[in-house]
Ligand binder design. Structure first.
Ligand code: DX5
Ligand code: ZN
Length: 229
């Protein structure tokens, strides 16, 4: 993984056909996705359950690019090695997931992955200030985690504060929740470069009719990049 601040669209397979993850990942990559965002939920940290490391390992051979795994689980530490073995490129843990996020991030890098830290809408930018030199990605949640298809919560001021805090460090700012062509310009202008989108990518298409995926991805990217032209 090389670092740059260009806009990257990361479809969340939470909005894909759960019986067909491999083909869905291949379809969105063929239609222009940059990363694949994989939402792991435990029914404890968030009020929903998705899947764990075995499913991530099964999906991995169907992804050519970056597998971006978002853990909405607590505790995190006992499962880090399993997600490394599953082939995660980026592993993101929530700052709210436990008292020892610093140790968790050390362990993620120690297992050979890029380390991400996620902030719920209720957490301030300052919650990650001491972690700046040990993360590769900061995920700003623009919904309360647990479900796709929720309404975007404006976190512009937090994104701007994080962008300033990051300075010249090679740290991505990822936005997760309610990203579509309307909200993408707001977060891109504030300093985000990785845009996760579930429903806004997968709506209207399917594995047998993937062209809408491409149109949706192009529309989000064009909206986000439009602010720089
Ligand atoms: C929410 C997940 C998101 C979700 C986004 O808990 O972390 O990745 O899939 O879905 P949309 O884009 O539909 O808000
Ligand atoms: Zn996510």
């Amino acid at each position: 993984m090389t670092f740059d601040r260009s806009i990257k669209i990361a479809p969340s397979i939470l909005a894909a056909d759960f019986a067909n993850f491999g083909a869905e990942c291949a379809a969105v990559e063929a239609q222009g996705a940059d990363w694949i965002h994989v939402d792991v939920m435990d029914g404890h940290f968030v009020p929903n359950i998705t899947f764990g490391p075995a499913t991530c390992a099964a999906i991995r051979p169907h992804i050519q690019g970056v597998m971006d795994v978002h853990l909405m689980i607590a505790p995190v530490d006992p499962y880090i090695q399993a997600f490394a073995d599953a082939g995660a490129d980026v592993l993101t843990a929530h700052v709210e997931a436990g008292p020892h996020i610093h140790r968790t991030l050390q362990a993620i890098r120690g297992a050979g992955m890029k380390a991400g830290v996620a902030l719920n809408p209720g957490a301030p930018a300052a919650a990650v200030e001491e972690l700046m030199d040990m993360v590769d990605l900061i995920c700003v949640m623009t919904v309360n985690p647990g479900f796709g298809g929720q309404k975007f919560i404006d976190m512009t001021a937090k994104i701007q504060a994080l962008r300033t805090m990051i300075g010249d460090r090679p740290v991505h700012i990822e936005i997760d929740g309610g990203v579509d062509p309307t909200t993408a310009p707001l977060v891109a202008q504030a300093g985000a470069d990785v845009l996760v989108a579930g429903s806004a990518v997968f709506r209207g298409g399917s594995v047998s009719n993937p062209d809408p995926y491409g149109e949706n991805i192009r529309n989000i990217r064009a909206a986000a990049e439009g602010v720089w032209t």
